[in-house]
Write a protein that binds this ligand. Structure first.
Ligand code: PEP
Ligand code: MN
Length: 334
């Protein structure tokens, strides 16, 4: 249920509505907009109804949300959400251009990669310290050592860090070293992990599970938001289909559909979505044309030497070209 407060309703009225919500055993999720505050009411909807809130001072309207996902839904919040990272807000007006290697490998590689991403026009730096690999004999990531190297890359370039967290017990540690948590495709439905990042206020990049339906994907974003963290970025990274000429099938249909159903930003990962460097640029641009709020792309100083995902990794030159084209496409679409 959503409670829409009157325009410029004073803080004490908002507070007493929030108090009433906790009295009935539900959880209040206030969102303070420029003109008005809306309050999500999350809990067992059999225990409360619209009438319980309608007559409270400052309340303009009370609505039930029909979708199973509530806080994620456009019914809850009409305006597109922007995500604040450092001092900068990202979203529809300022696209997320996240790039960097699949894995943190060593100091030289990660510093070079961050400098190359920055020089190419990327605005956020990615790199995996904890790598959930399909094959247990493949490189598993540098772990804590990798986090410390990411911190050095940030110090060298100023680029905020996006890195994957793979288990709930690591959330506190990873949070010290990152600006955005990445939840990978294999962990999309790791509900304990979702709840753990949901308890922080650090933005979360949630990648779609490789076999997840639209609803399952959005329900996972709901898990994070229900804990109080509303800073969620969705990411389409390709799904499993019968095709064998690409690693995954990049489901770009989901971009405009999510834009309709949700206020959250959605970005596209054309690297994992294709598995092929020769088509990463084309599919990245297609993602932007479909309405995505940005891209996450694998880039390495020596792509062919990447210890993971070499086949889909771009050089700095190729990434710089991609960024240039994204900028052109943005102005053509404006
Ligand atoms: C990655 O970003 O390197 C990664 C492992 O992605 P995904 O979880 O989408 O496979
Ligand atoms: Mn990868």
């Amino acid at each position: 249920m959503v409670i829409v407060m009157e325009r410029n309703a004073p803080q004490d009225q908002v507070e007493s509505v929030v108090e009433r919500i906790s009295e009935i055993g539900a959880k209040a999720h206030p969102v303070i907009g420029e003109e008005r505050t809306i309050i999500g009411v999350i809990g067992d909807e059999r225990k409360f109804d619209e009438g319980m809130f309608r007559s409270l001072p400052g309340v303009e309207n009370v609505m039930r949300i029909l979708q199973p996902f509530k806080l994620v839904s456009r019914e809850f919040k009409k305006e597109a959400t922007t995500i604040k990272i450092g001092d900068v807000s990202y979203g529809a007006e300022n696209k997320f251009l996240i790039a960097g290697p699949c894995s943190v490998e060593n100091e030289e590689q990660i510093i070079q990669a961050a400098e190359g991403v920055k020089a190419s026009g990327g605005n956020l730096f990615r790199g995996g310290a904890y790598k959930p690999r399909t094959n247990p004999y493949h490189f598993q990531g540098l772990g804590f050592e990798g986090l410390k190297l990411l911190q050095k890359a940030k110090q060298a370039t100023g680029l905020p860090i996006v890195t994957e967290v793979v288990e709930a017990g690591d959330v506190e540690l990873v949070e010290e070293y990152c600006d955005v948590f990445q939840i990978g495709t294999r962990n999309m439905q790791n509900y304990r992990l979702l709840k753990a990042v949901g308890k922080t206020q650090t933005p979360v990049l949630l990648k779609r599970g490789m076999s997840a339906t639209l609803q399952e994907f959005l329900m996972c974003a709901e898990y994070i938001m229900a804990e109080g963290n509303h800073q969620v970025i969705l990411c389409e990274r390709g799904i499993r289909t019968f095709v064998e000429y690409t690693r995954n099938t990049l489901d770009l249909n989901i971009v405009p559909v999510i834009k309709k159903l949700s206020h959250l930003p959605i970005i596209v990962d054309p690297s994992h979505g294709t598995g092929r460097r020769d088509i990463v640029t084309a599919m990245g641009l297609a993602g932007i044309a479909a309405g995505a709020d940005g891209l996450i792309v694998e880039v390495h100083p020596h792509p062919e030497k990447s210890v993971s995902d070499a086949d889909q990794t771009l050089s700095f030159e190729a990434y710089a070209q991609l960024v240039k084209k994204v900028r052109k496409l943005e102005s053509a679409l404006a």
